[in-house]
Design a protein. Structure first.
Length: 158
């Protein structure tokens, strides 16, 4: 029998994950001056990673106390972040972004993606020392920060 409280928590976590990446992809796409077939395929791989979220969510909801379920969920987040970063880097190399403020935009987007991925990785690695619920709680706090766009002084420039 599925315990309802952890399941709701994990599904809320996944909703925030998808919302954060949806907003990130939308911001990235809004900065494009043009596109090409290669960029479209990179974003299709991103959408493939999105289609894996229900599976990784279900796995974590059913087996929230198992490290392997948490790591699998985190790997899904890594794939989302990696494809979003790949789209950014490819678009920059192919000169697909608008020229105005391109350097600042790239710096900010790259920073947000890499910092978020590092925070998710750190939270997930804590499951080696602590119970998985500690990692899940930290992932939720990270997500709430990105959803609410809180201004943390050390991260304020991103």
């Amino acid at each position: 029998m599925l315990n309802l409280a952890p399941s709701l928590l994990v599904y809320t976590m996944s909703f925030m994950t998808l919302g954060i990446f949806w907003a990130g992809q939308g911001t990235q796409l809004a900065q494009l001056a043009r596109s090409n077939r290669n960029l479209a395929w990179i974003h299709l791989v991103f959408l493939f990673a999105v289609t894996l979220v229900p599976f990784s969510t279900l796995l974590l909801a059913h087996y929230y106390s198992l490290r392997v379920a948490l790591i699998e969920y985190w790997l899904n987040i890594v794939l989302l972040g990696a494809t979003l970063l790949s789209g950014l880097e490819y678009g920059l190399r192919a000169n697909l972004f608008k020229d105005e403020d391109r350097t600042d935009m790239a710096y900010l987007m790259r920073g947000r993606i890499l910092i978020a991925q590092a925070l998710y990785a750190g939270a997930t690695l804590l499951c080696v020392i602590f119970p998985t619920w500690v990692s899940i709680a930290l992932i939720i706090l990270i997500q709430v920060n990105y959803v609410l766009a809180l201004r943390i002084p050390i991260l304020n420039r991103f």
